[in-house]
Design a protein around this ligand. Sequence first.
Ligand SMILES: NC(=O)c1ccc[n+]([C@@H]2O[C@H](COP(=O)([O-])OP(=O)(O)OC[C@H]3O[C@@H](n4cnc5c(N)ncnc54)[C@H](OP(=O)(O)O)[C@@H]3O)[C@@H](O)[C@H]2O)c1
Length: 397
Amino acid sequence: MQRGVKHLVLVSRSGSKAAAKKFLDQWERQGVTVVVAQSDVSDLNALRGVIDNIERSLPPLRGIIHAAGVLSDGILQQQTWEKFMTVLAPKVLGGWHLHRLTQHLPLDFFVLFSSTASLFGSRGQSNHAAANAFLDTLAHFRQAQGLPALSIHWGAVSQVGAAADRQVESYIQKLGMGTIAPEQVLQGLEALMQSLSPEIAMAPIDWATFLPNMPEHGSFLSRWRAANRTASGSDYSELRQQLQGVSAEERRDRLITYLQNQVSQILGFSSPQSIDLQTGLFDLGMDSLTALEFRNRLQRSLQCSIPSTVAFDYPTLSSLVDFLLQQLSAADQSQTEPLGRAASQLETDQHLQSSGKLISLDTKLTPEQNPVQATLEQLSDEEAETSLMNTLDNLGY
Ligand SMILES: NC(=O)c1ccc[n+]([C@@H]2O[C@H](COP(=O)([O-])OP(=O)(O)OC[C@H]3O[C@@H](n4cnc5c(N)ncnc54)[C@H](OP(=O)(O)O)[C@@H]3O)[C@@H](O)[C@H]2O)c1
């Protein structure tokens, strides 16, 4: 309004909410015509009705800010297509419909509210990340056609909105990300709208904390990581280095300390040493999402494949440390085989055994007793891997 807007159309499925009323009244007192349209942006016909109304009864439409969004979080294994569609609809269908219905108009701006979820990924938000990735791509698509477009990867906003409602602040702080105050959103929006780039992120990030917390294979950050590794001359993790060349007892102690620190950080405890090794991780407050984060941290620090169910399979630090030490010594014994491969082989074997679908790789059996192993031994690494993948496929994995 301070920038001279005289006509504003607000679209949402529920129409004006009580909380918005004081702003609507204030704007109207300032001489702004505010139209509140009750419509679903994912419904093409309903949205066409809104655009037709604007063309019929208001001055020419000059800009669009698409900020519609819905969350339905959950780890990927627990996602359903229905939950995905709930989140995709306002962004994918809504963004696309707005594009199609207005592409003939000489707009000054077409802003899409995306999220850092589609830049870095976000735990439990696969659908949100996918929905926003569509908006990012739409911005590039429009710009390639000479149409105005800007997709903004917002970080979490404090005080108002979906992130504030979910009280994510302390969680994202642990990841190395701060929040954006609502006034900063407005200031940022104004500044970013001057940009020629169709895709920009705005988020306060402490990179020293943030980068180690990010998945190893995140596409956006992978080149930075590669550069960092080249600079340090090694891709061997600090933890793995600390666990090398020490006595078995010292190795165990170091790993326990590391695990206690990780659990404390994830669950927000102030004294890691007080975590009892025999207490169940879930009794300490872990849930399925934090269990997945814990596993991701372990995987990154140990640079090996760890089962996503590790906190369920080894539910105390005492049992977990035994499992991890076993994985590490298996890797150490296999000088030529990288740990990741050894660990994933172990995981596959254990998974097959625990599910009762065992392909026996028992070394004590003779070739006659164990034709599978006899065949495998004659295969090259690639052939063995292909054979294993085919077998897993046939077993329905
Ligand atoms: N808050 C954050 O920290 C944050 C961070 C990154 C990105 N973003 C993005 O910024 C945007 C706004 O976020 P927010 O936190 O302010 O969300 P919010 O408080 O949940 O508001 C979302 C708005 O979208 C409307 N909406 C949802 N589905 C719709 C549909 N199908 N058709 C029309 N309107 C619809 C909702 O109204 P009805 O329910 O009445 O339809 C609501 O007014 C979202 O796109 C979000 O993904 C937010």
